[in-house]
Design a protein around this ligand. Sequence first.
Ligand code: PEP
Ligand code: MN
Length: 282
Amino acid sequence: MRKTISIADFVVGGDTFAVMAGPCAVETKEQLFASADAVAAAGAALLRGGAFKPRTSPKSFQGLGTAGLELLSLASQRTGLPVVTEVLDPRDVAAVAEHAAVLQIGARNMQNFPLLREVGRQRLPVLLKRGPAATVEELLYAAQYVTNEGNGNVILCERGIRSFDPSTRYVLDLAIVPVLRERTDLPIVVDPSHGTGRSSLVRPMVLAAAAAGADGVIVEVHADPSKALCDGAQALLPTDFAQMMVDLRRLLPMLGRRLSRPSAAGHATPAQGTISDEFIAP
Ligand code: PEP
Ligand code: MN
């Protein structure tokens, strides 16, 4: 049995493939809209973008916070794409849930148990990223912290694990996709942007993730990566993202999948995720 999760008017899981895309961080209205318009035009299903950013150095840009959430809502109304955005602090969960369709738990917070419990009490799907040193067992236990609170709509995300070789930012563990498949019915997505840290590696790893059986990918896109306040080296240009989508559209039918897309562009209100206990036959 494989679980599908409804987000606004489309599903993650089953025979669809969901592309979540947008900037690493919300920086300005113009920057967000440029990225949002580009990913919507190329066929993304969700808009990503961080308003609350977990940064290694406290001196780095920390995100626009609540102002960034409001810009994400505007971008969602403009493009019709539901928003996936990170929540860092249990005290911000309610505010983030007002603007998001999917609540993202970042890799650094995979074992932040109070935060996991808090998103478990919400009625929105949760994108749970694997910690950079977390085992499969630990990832699945983290998911249970969410599901035990009543929110069964967890999407697992592989985003690279720490290793010895600095030639990529992390090591993207694609083998975890079929491994998780054997262990859980939850949808599985892959983040090749953080997983590789290099924009030139994103397209091949997106195609490899699809071939490995992932239910989707989450990818960073910036209209001017050289000026990005966060993760510019791994951001795709809009033209490269569009080419990636062309390649995916060619590959997916061979894998028995099709792109997941919201059916109607331009929601009057920010598109929201919903609880669904819809299961499909294996
Ligand atoms: C992100 O998605 O921008 C992010 C911070 O990811 P991760 O938690 O995987 O590092
Ligand atoms: Mn990032």
